[in-house]
Design a protein around this ligand. Structure first.
Ligand code: ADP
Ligand code: MG
Length: 394
């Protein structure tokens, strides 16, 4: 569904459920990280793109009448046909259903800023796949924050908004996420990627206006169960490398310095650091390649990123590798510039930079070859860089 279709759809859902038209409609996108993996907790760069998949909310003040209606937010989840009711007359706390906690966390964040939350009737849905690594959670948080902005008529600084949404995810969902997902959902702009410096939180919109290319998201539809310590172990190895090299974080180390300091590190920790340091460089260079519409170069950085995640950082898996191998086989001639795993790893999605005119044929080939290799059906869709959070009706 396009955003326009989705807007009409949620308005109709609101009308059906509440018997009147909504006053406000807001949306916030999911995201895919084009390059810059496992760099965020090393003070490095990431380069996410907002995708044309959104959390969307239609809302109105409750009808006058009942007193209790004036102290509540009702959120009807149109997809799951389930309603969450949140009491806003007191500090908002965690509660049920579980998904309402992302919303509760954001409401609490506004209360902490001294904002009086208005009572609302809300209809909600999302076209961001849930739990697929495309950040349906950040889309939901940023969408909620945007609704409060619309309903109070007061916008807040988009960076503060992203940080408020991140805090909601930390405190109310118990997920200690970085800043990328909420930043791109709040600050994305149509036709642009966002280069984000995770050390300084400085952001830069990178134009990707050439209509001849698109990003393809390929969900392997596998998620390998981990013993649990993998991410913590990678982080600890990065910290160890930085400490032994005498710096605060791996952001402060160049590839040459790493080579010079090789003797101080175990072979394993050296490889972990080599991925991170290389990836930070690749991300900055890829952003430059995008600015110049130099697609073959950007594609090479994506392949190099995947190789390092697979061989040095060891967070890939057979299915992700299979997708990248298929992409390499299709190759430049077939319209693919580059492909890599995206997200934390051990399953989830790949992202490929492709010729827009070849999206359909590439999607078909990848789906067929992936099925042949793994026996699994992949889910594939393409997206151009979408806009960040928007008020569609106010
Ligand atoms: P991801 O952000 O990669 O999609 P998460 O596990 O971080 O995965 O977030 C998924 C969770 O977000 C869901 O389990 C649910 O609680 C919540 N969520 C997101 N979108 C919706 C929705 N449309 N309806 C209900 N819950 C949602
Ligand atoms: Mg999430």
């Amino acid at each position: 569904m396009t955003l326009k279709e989705l807007t009409a759809h949620i308005a109709a859902e609101f009308q059906k459920h509440y018997g009147r038209a909504p006053r406000w409609i807001v949306a916030a996108p999911g995201r895919v990280n084009v390059i810059g993996e496992h760099t965020d907790y090393n003070d490095g760069f990431v380069l996410p793109m907002a995708i044309e998949r959104y959390a969307i909310m239609a809302a109105d003040a409750p009808l006058p009448g009942s007193v209790s209606a004036q102290s509540k937010i009702n959120i009807f989840d149109a997809h799951f046909d389930e309603t969450a009711t949140i009491d806003i007359s007191a500090p908002v706390t965690k509660g049920t259903p579980k998904w309402s906690n992302y919303i509760r966390g954001v409401l609490c964040g506004f209360q902490n800023r001294g904002v009086k939350i208005p009572a609302l009737d809300v209809a909600f849905m999302s076209t961001v796949p849930l739990g697929g690594g495309l950040s349906s959670s950040a889309a939901l948080e940023v969408c909620t924050a945007t609704l409060i902005e619309a309903a109070t008529g007061k916008a807040i600084d988009p960076i503060e908004k992203a940080l408020l949404a991140q805090k909601a995810e930390h405190d109310f969902a118990g997920v200690p996420c970085g800043i990328m997902d909420q930043f791109i959902s709040a600050l994305g702009r149509e036709g642009h990627l966002l280069l984000l410096d995770c050390r300084t939180r400085k952001t830069e919109l990178v134009p990707m206006s050439d209509p001849s290319v698109a990003l393809l998201v390929i969900n392997t539809n596998v998620k390998h169960e981990l013993s649990g310590g993998e991410y913590a172990e990678r982080r600890a190895q990065c910290e160890e490398a930085a400490a032994k090299l005498g710096v605060k974080s791996l952001r402060d180390v160049t590839a040459e310095q790493l080579e010079q300091g090789k003797g101080k590190l175990s072979e394993l920790v050296f490889r972990r650091a080599r991925h991170v340091i290389g990836e930070i460089e690749r991300t900055v260079h890829a952003a430059e390649g995008i600015r110049q519409s130099n697609w073959p170069t950007v594609g090479q950085f994506m392949y190099a990123s995947h190789a390092a995640l697979r061989d040095d950082y060891e967070v890939s898996c057979a299915e992700l590798d299979a997708v990248v191998e298929i992409a390499e086989d299709i190759g430049y001639q077939g319209g693919i510039y580059g492909c890599r795993m995206t997200g934390g790893g051990f399953g989830g999605c790949c992202v490929a930079l492709v010729k827009a005119s070849a999206v359909d044929s590439i999607s078909k080939t990848i789906a067929a070859e992936y099925k042949k290799k793994t026996g699994i059906d992949a889910t594939i869709f393409s997206s151009r860089p979408a806009s960040g959070a928007t008020i569609l009706k106010s």
